[in-house]
Design a protein around this ligand. Structure first.
Ligand SMILES: C[S@@+](CC[C@H](N)C(=O)[O-])C[C@H]1O[C@@H](n2cnc3c(N)ncnc32)[C@H](O)[C@@H]1O
Length: 181
């Protein structure tokens, strides 16, 4: 089993606009989708999607730092505010790790991870492989994964896992990876 006692990572997060821009996401990519944001930090991406009912999409934010009980100092205060916002806006969020996603098989249209996975775990190829396997497990056929940023080493690590699957395509766009199931 995978160790749930991760090293605490300082919390900070980007706005919806920054995330959409870094992941090259258009409204068309986001429309009518069940989306999972892994390593979301707060929940700005989910909140902005929720504020646009015409998109008919919903985002589940996943981050180990939603587990307030294990946090300390500034991180705890920041995440307390984030969790209060999640409750107030009735957003979907769960504490969890990319290596063991608390989601059933093949029910997600789009998975995003910005400045989180695999970036934060790139010193551990086993965790990267397991995280990619987990993403592919929860992704519907026809679904897509977008991960940013990556470098040559991370791209190779991710590609080695993706190449074990028939009919899953991986492509690199600068610092962005797109994976299509
Ligand atoms: C720099 S923040 C990025 C937040 C946001 N995605 C953004 O674009 O600003 C990285 C986040 O990744 C989370 N994280 C680190 N390791 C993780 C893992 N194994 N699974 C899921 N999230 C993880 C951290 O808790 C942290 O909130």
């Amino acid at each position: 089993m995978y160790n749930k006692h991760y090293s605490e990572i300082p919390s900070s997060w980007r706005s919806y606009e920054q995330i959409a821009s870094e992941l090259h996401l258009t409204d068309e990519d986001i429309k009518n989708k069940i989306i999972v944001d892994i390593g979301s930090g707060g929940s700005d991406f989910a909140a902005q999607i929720n504020n646009r009912p015409e998109l008919a999409s919903r985002t589940l934010s996943i981050d180990p730092n939603f587990n307030l009980g294990v946090l300390s100092g500034d991180n705890k205060d920041l995440m307390k505010d984030a969790v209060a916002e999640i409750k107030q806006n009735q957003l979907d969020a769960v504490a969890g790790l990319s290596e063991e996603l608390p989601i059933k098989d093949e029910c997600v249209d789009l998975i995003i991870s910005n400045h989180a996975i695999p970036w934060h775990i790139s010193d551990n190829p086993e965790k990267v492989a397991r995280s990619i396997e987990e993403m592919l497990r929860i992704l519907k056929p026809g679904g897509e994964i977008r991960l940013n940023p990556i470098d040559d080493e991370i791209f190779t690590m991710v590609k080695n896992t993706v190449d074990k699957y028939d009919e899953v395509e991986i492509s690199r766009h600068g610092e962005l990876i797109k994976i299509k199931k």
